[in-house]
Design a protein around this ligand. Sequence first.
Ligand SMILES: Nc1ncnc2c1ncn2[C@@H]1O[C@H](COP(=O)(O)OP(=O)(O)O)[C@@H](O)[C@H]1O
Ligand SMILES: [Mg+2]
Length: 359
Amino acid sequence: MYTNASLKEIRATYAQHLVPQLVTAVVIIDDDLNIQYLNSSAEALFSKSLNRLYQQRFLSIFTHCSISTERLIQVLKTGQDFTDSDVVLEFIENYHITIEVTASVALFNDKEHILLECKQIDKQKQISAEVFQEQQWEAARDLIRGLAHEIKNPLGGLRGAAQLLDKELNPDQQEFTSMIIEQADRLTNLVDRLLGPNQLPRLEMHNIHEVLEKVRQLVSMDNVNQIEILRDYDPSIPDIEIDTEKLQQSLLNIIRNATQILDESGVITLKTRIATNQTINGKQVKLAVKISIIDNGPGIPAEIQDTIFYPMVSGRDDGTGLGLSIAQTLVHQHKGKLSCHSYPGRTEFTILLPLPKRV
Ligand SMILES: Nc1ncnc2c1ncn2[C@@H]1O[C@H](COP(=O)(O)OP(=O)(O)O)[C@@H](O)[C@H]1O
Ligand SMILES: [Mg+2]
């Protein structure tokens, strides 16, 4: 039997030793949202020690965190905890991790604090989510293509019949047949775009910077908003097998979206790097070329972030929602991956193209 005193002591001893050892990253922040404590898992997760982070504003240690200040304050105000299994933390430009967070109120020294329990979502899970997304995208694309095919065939017959009829009619009735022909042509045009690129790529060894420079020239020609286009190239990137026209089209589709949304203070950065140990469509790739198109615009609306690569998903009233779907198909034809990471103030599209193993 434990006496009350010894039980208290035991609890205190365990509590003291337990938290530092937990695999779960534990963070305690005060009501000003300043860090008061991190256990060693949290130090490892953020790659910084408690010594450095003590009394720092929690959200200031990231370049971006998908949990807002308001959401944390809400926990203190209402006492209601929350769990979010898809929190993105960005530390430095380009390096981000996804974690699951539970935030709740905890009392320390008679003051209310927020206790954050964080777990990094494991890589395997992230890869399967990526593969799942990929399958969804393919299913949506195939569905649209199937439909487009079904519409295209009778459309040809319809147009042909209207043309024949046109010859039989007197001029004041031909107005109607030409209307049928005109609308059939309009629909054929749309359907062709829905069908997407249908030719196989012609792969040849090229330097990707040639393609990027061409795209930059094309974009600067109708750059009405005087958007600044910066280059940050890694000249050591070797030549790679690409279809220059298709890659150019893909890049144009991505950059045009940015130029459409940016104003005079807009900056687009074209960046190239070699990336190592990437997963491309579920496969591990040792070496890849990474092309990033980064803009400082308002970001992709949250409600379409997960589906922007689907055909017909658009955030603009006059958009067709086909640009990114086509860009994705073209990158796929290069066995590459097109992905996106966006929040207000920074949107980055990344094209990863696998590089063959060096011999
Ligand atoms: N750089 C960007 N910044 C903000 N939103 C973007 C960006 N790129 C794409 N989007 C969003 O993604 C949507 C889909 O783009 P896209 O497939 O090219 O179709 P469309 O341009 O016809 O709308 C756009 O309508 C826009 O809402
Ligand atoms: Mg577009």
